[in-house]
Design a protein around this ligand. Structure first.
Ligand SMILES: [Zn+2]
Ligand SMILES: [Zn+2]
Length: 375
């Protein structure tokens, strides 16, 4: 169905002032409100249409976008765009309530009835580099609610039981008829006698003070999979706050924080490190002992190895969290440690060495004399 022009819907002119828009909406919303037209689908559709039109035209920014682009201003699929769309699921009751005030006792908003599920609990745990790489089990302390063992969650003192609420007949909700500007209206409200629970506890359980739950510190064993990375979150199902009787508990959400390693640095599934070698080792070649997640590994560097030379130890990285058999690699970047605080003897050996080899940097600087030649 073609969307009607918002001004047309509200039966106002393009230049209408804010007060006129509000007045027009009041008139039409009153006429089409579902409570004034029970089981009338056409009226309900009209009510939605006028509310949507009012939602846009009563907002300065949205109205300007609408005046410029028409309905396509709010078209999520693109179109003339320029406005980025707005939430199509706006709350009619909020808009209606903001214009009419709370005439329906709760604005028509209905409290969700029935037992409520438990909330999730969020916690962060620290693990070492190795624990994250290979996985581990951790016992953690979680402060959570638990069903009261004395009343088993029904909130009543043992030997007594909750009685059905006489005001709502156990339904938790009551229908009220109110005289409003729209005439007599029926609306559903949460029962104030039992707060929507349908039951009343005459003698509360002393252990939980009638809450049905108590707070405890629980020990939860968490299995941390190999390959987990910093900032990732694990969901432990059912270890959150306890729910009402008949509703499921929440989950425990654990965010992983990895302690930095002294030598190794993680980049995805690969591991990086910088390996110091002496000038003599680099010049002569040497067998190095390189720390890896699997312990020290021997690796021979060639004579004449330069600083920043990087070599790869295949399969010495972090296992993939999806497939343990796949592991990343370890990259080792060599850097040469230049000796400091030389003794006289060491200096004289090095001078002799330099005289013997000549300036070894000459080869690398070939052609530099022409770099900044004057024109
Ligand atoms: Zn209790
Ligand atoms: Zn009640």
């Amino acid at each position: 169905m073609e969307k009607r022009d918002y001004y047309e819907v509200l039966e106002i002119s393009k230049g209408a002032q804010d007060a006129d828009i509000k007045k027009a909406y009041r008139k039409l919303a009153k006429k089409y409100h579902p409570d004034a037209n029970p089981d009338n689908k056409a009226a309900e559709a009209k009510f939605k249409e006028v509310t949507e039109a009012y939602e846009v035209l009563s907002d300065e920014q949205k109205r300007a976008a609408y005046d410029r682009y028409g309905h396509s201003a709010f078209d999520q699929s693109g179109g003339a765009g320029g406005f980025g769309g707005f939430d199509a699921d706006f709350d009619m009751n909020d808009i209606f309530g903001s214009v009419f005030g709370d005439i329906f006792g709760g604005g028509g908003r209905r409290r969700q009835s029935g037992p409520r599920p438990g909330a999730d609990i969020r916690q962060t745990i620290q693990v070492t580099f190795e624990e994250a790489a290979f996985g581990c089990e951790k016992d953690i302390a979680v402060n959570a609610s638990e069903t009261c063992g004395t009343c088993h969650g029904n909130k009543a003192k043992p030997g007594t039981s909750p009685v059905s609420c006489s005001k709502c007949g156990g339904a938790g909700q009551i229908r009220v008829t109110q005289r409003t500007i729209l005439g007599a209206m029926q609306s559903v409200q949460t029962c104030d006698a039992c707060h929507g629970e349908g039951k009343i506890v005459k003698e509360p359980c002393s252990n939980c003070h009638g809450q049905g739950k108590i707070r405890v510190q629980k020990k939860v064993t968490v299995s941390i999979p190999a390959g987990i990375d910093h900032g990732q979150t694990l969901r432990v199902s059912g270890k959150g706050e306890v729910g009402d009787i008949g509703a499921p508990p929440g989950d425990l959400l654990i965010t992983i924080s990895i302690k930095p390693h002294q030598v190794l640095e993680r980049r995805g599934n690969d591991v990086y490190m910088r390996m110091p070698v002496s000038f003599a080792q680099a010049a002569l070649g040497a067998e190095l002992s390189i720390p890896t997640l699997d312990g020290n590994v021997k690796f021979a560097i060639q004579p004449g190895t330069q600083t920043s030379t990087t070599f790869r130890l295949q399969g010495k990285g972090i296992p993939s969290i999806r497939n343990k058999k796949y592991r990343g690699d370890q990259y080792v970047e060599v850097y040469i440690v230049v000796p400091k605080n030389l003794t006289e003897k060491q200096k004289s050996i090095l001078k002799e060495f330099e005289a013997e080899t000549g300036d070894q940097t000459e080869e690398s600087k070939k052609g530099w004399q022409n770099l900044f030649k004057k024109k």
